[in-house]
Design a protein around this ligand. Structure first.
Ligand SMILES: C[S@@+](CC[C@H](N)C(=O)[O-])C[C@H]1O[C@@H](n2cnc3c(N)ncnc32)[C@H](O)[C@@H]1O
Length: 345
């Protein structure tokens, strides 16, 4: 009898782990061995998120994610997923990453669409092993800038080159964006904007800023500085921000690595100069993507509690991840009330 027939939720089926071809060459193996030996937890988080995209491939099309994640991160997430499936867990490991990726993809596409093909730049701060420039056709008129630490971007380029040399199937390695620039910079410092400009970013052009999985690695003052720099652009040009924010209890999940949080980013961003802000929680209609097979999942429980509540009825902390879209522009006529409606669909 299947789970559905006996009244229990269906246990999701996950394919067995199979080493992807792109990871089997000696050159690629060596590069990933270097990552494991030399990178710190912050840098390695880039491979962990890529592993999430790779293993949720039934909903996320990212053909480079396996290559950029590497075998050990793929195997360890796969183990967790298998365990969750066996235990019939109400949330499967990696589901937050999958929802987050799909949410950013859909909001990016909507923001670009609302600009009606006008020249646009897309800046990814803490881009890590993101491969949107290779996988999203909506970027075909956009100049994309990936900003991350020098070692991370250098490794990414080297991995992609090694893959290029080892396969005849180059279609996944073709850049879909109009252009792609990698900008090696530490966004904790105060020269990253200058480095972005030197790489071709033009402050006067419409820009979508993507801050996915990055703000909480910064301290409060560093994160506020980055957000202020972006918010200031609203006075010069049409500016969109897509970002995820941890609430305070979430940062306790790892005291040593997570710092910045905001319980009310929908109040914070207007105070910095954004005129339209919309906040979503995992599991909301625009952040669901049909990925929660159990209606009593953790995210539905969290959504049923007011956001001012910090502790679940069972005493555990309410750890929330807010997905936030914001926009602003110097010309009010460029900000019709339906602009945010468009980007929120
Ligand atoms: C969790 S990963 C997210 C990567 C990517 N945005 C994604 O969603 O797959 C965080 C990334 O932020 C980068 N990062 C952390 N601190 C940074 C800093 N101060 N300056 C630039 N990049 C940073 C890390 O190197 C890593 O690639």
């Amino acid at each position: 009898m299947s789970g559905e027939e006996n009244g229990l939720p269906e246990v999701p089926k996950w394919p067995e782990f199979k080493l992807p071809d792109l990871l089997s060459t000696e050159a690629v193996r060596q590069l990933h061995a270097t990552i494991e030996k030399e990178w710190d937890a912050l840098q390695r988080s880039a491979c962990q998120t890529a592993a999430g995209r790779a293993l949720w491939k039934h909903v996320i099309h990212d053909p480079l994610a396996d290559l950029l994640a590497g075998e050990s991160y793929l195997r360890s997430l796969h183990e967790k997923i298998k365990k969750d499936c066996t235990n019939n867990a109400s949330e499967i490991s990696g589901v937050i990453l999958a929802v987050r990726t799909l949410w950013f993809d859909s909001k990016l596409e909507a923001a670009l669409h609302s600009l009606h093909g006008r020249e646009t730049q897309v800046v990814l701060l803490g881009a890590g092993m993101d491969a949107r420039a290779y996988r999203l056709s909506c970027l075909k008129e956009s100049d994309v800038f990936e900003v991350d630490l020098p070692e991370v971007l250098h490794m990414k380029t080297t991995l992609l080159q090694a893959a290029m040399e080892s396969t005849n199937e180059h279609q996944h390695l073709k850049i879909m964006a109009k252009s792609l620039s990698r900008v090696a910079a530490d966004i904790k410092g105060n020269d990253w904007l200058e480095k972005l400009k030197i790489s071709g970013y033009v402050p006067e052009k419409n820009t979508v800023w993507i801050l996915e999985g990055i703000l909480y690695y910064l301290t409060h003052s560093q994160a506020m500085q980055v957000l202020k720099i972006i918010a200031d652009k609203c006075t010069t040009t049409q500016t969109f921000l897509l970002a995820d924010f941890m609430n305070k209890p979430s940062t306790t999940l790892s005291n040593s690595i997570f710092h910045f949080y905001s319980d009310w980013p929908d109040h914070l961003l207007p105070s910095l100069g954004f005129s339209h802000v919309k906040l979503s929680q995992i599991g909301d209609p625009d952040a669901h993507f049909g990925l929660f097979h159990d209606p009593s999942n953790l995210f539905n429980k969290l959504r049923s509690l007011p956001r001012s509540v910090y502790t679940n009825p069972d005493g555990t902390p309410c750890c929330r991840l807010y997905l936030v879209q914001a926009s602003g522009s110097p010309d009010q006529t460029l900000e019709p009330a339906d602009l945010m409606l468009k980007i929120s669909t």
